[in-house]
Design a protein around this ligand. Structure first.
Ligand code: SAM
Length: 274
């Protein structure tokens, strides 16, 4: 299955929950707004008898789901979480006990045609940047429905993060994962969405950071990235050596502590073309 690599990389969903950051409310509100959903107010009403429906794909442990549900105050909105990995679904149930989660991949969604108003994917579209998933998302969306995707990626204006970002880019390419800060992203995605969705619109304006108390805590965060956690022991060791050297150069030798991991939030949204 396409997500076998994810199964290895996210073997410990509890660790994922502990070392990854959440999402800033302001950014999530803006993202939902761009998808036509009002927040802390009435949501756009569905023309159907059913409630306005948002499907999240690749929900993981529910880090994005929790913020989305918090900023959506309209009780007439139905949020459906979904995730292919059992371990992630189990951790999701611990973290978001009042919400159900469907165990499925974006390529095979067990929902009827035209039953969802908006599909969202937070930090996950790189796992299913393929035509099968886009056709499936297109199928479940209502006419003119929206698909939105966002990521927290390293803020490349910070020198140590830029150096680390370049190192991770090489590993991403080896694993065939495409992220929006890479040159080819728009071309690849533009081709994939053809005849299904409008060309992606983007907003790259929010900053975010994960506070850490030490270089080791920062390391634990990056070691949970799929391209490290799912890689060979040799590559893991090489990454640890690279990271220790990076921390030495940018923090330890200067007598400074590493206190935060800086991110930029990348958002994209597409509309279903009928
Ligand atoms: C980096 S995690 C993001 C989880 C969560 N959305 C968050 O923001 O923390 C990526 C998620 O995508 C899921 N995933 C991998 N392949 C997938 C696929 N084909 N369809 C849907 N989700 C997938 C993984 O299992 C994982 O839970």
């Amino acid at each position: 299955m396409a997500y076998d690599f994810a199964r290895i990389a996210f073997a410990s969903a509890e660790n994922y929950e502990n070392v990854r950051s959440g999402y800033p409310e302001e950014a999530v509100k803006y993202f939902l707004h761009r998808l036509g959903i009002k927040v802390n107010d009435r949501a756009v009403s569905s023309k159907e008898a059913r409630p306005f429906t948002i499907l999240e794909v690749g929900s993981g442990t529910g880090k994005f789901t929790r913020v989305m549900v918090k900023v959506l105050s309209d009780k007439n909105v139905r949020v459906i979480a979904s995730e292919p990995l059992e371990s992630m679904c189990e951790q999701f149930k611990v973290m978001v006990p009042r919400m159900d989660i469907i165990q499925c991949a974006a390529e095979c969604i067990p929902l009827p045609d035209a039953s969802v108003d908006v599909v969202v994917a937070a930090q996950s579209f790189h796992w299913f940047t393929n035509r099968a998933a886009l056709e499936e998302i297109h199928r479940v969306l209502v006419p003119n429905g929206a698909f939105g995707t966002l990521w927290k990626l390293l803020d490349l204006s910070i020198p140590w993060a830029k150096q680390l970002g370049h190192h991770l880019d090489v590993l991403d390419k080896e694993s065939s994962l495409v992220f929006p800060h890479q040159e080819e992203w728009k071309e690849v995605v533009g081709m994939l969405v053809k005849s299904l969705f409008s060309f992606p619109q983007e907003y790259i304006g929010f900053e975010h950071s994960l506070e850490v108390s030490s270089c080791n805590q920062a390391y634990q965060h990056f070691a949970s990235y799929s391209v490290i956690a799912g890689n060979s022991e040799i590559k893991k060791k090489a990454f640890k050596e690279f990271f220790d050297e990076l921390m030495k150069m940018h923090f330890k030798e200067k007598g400074n502590p590493c206190t935060k991991i800086p991110f930029t939030i990348y958002m994209y949204w597409f509309h279903k073309e009928v």
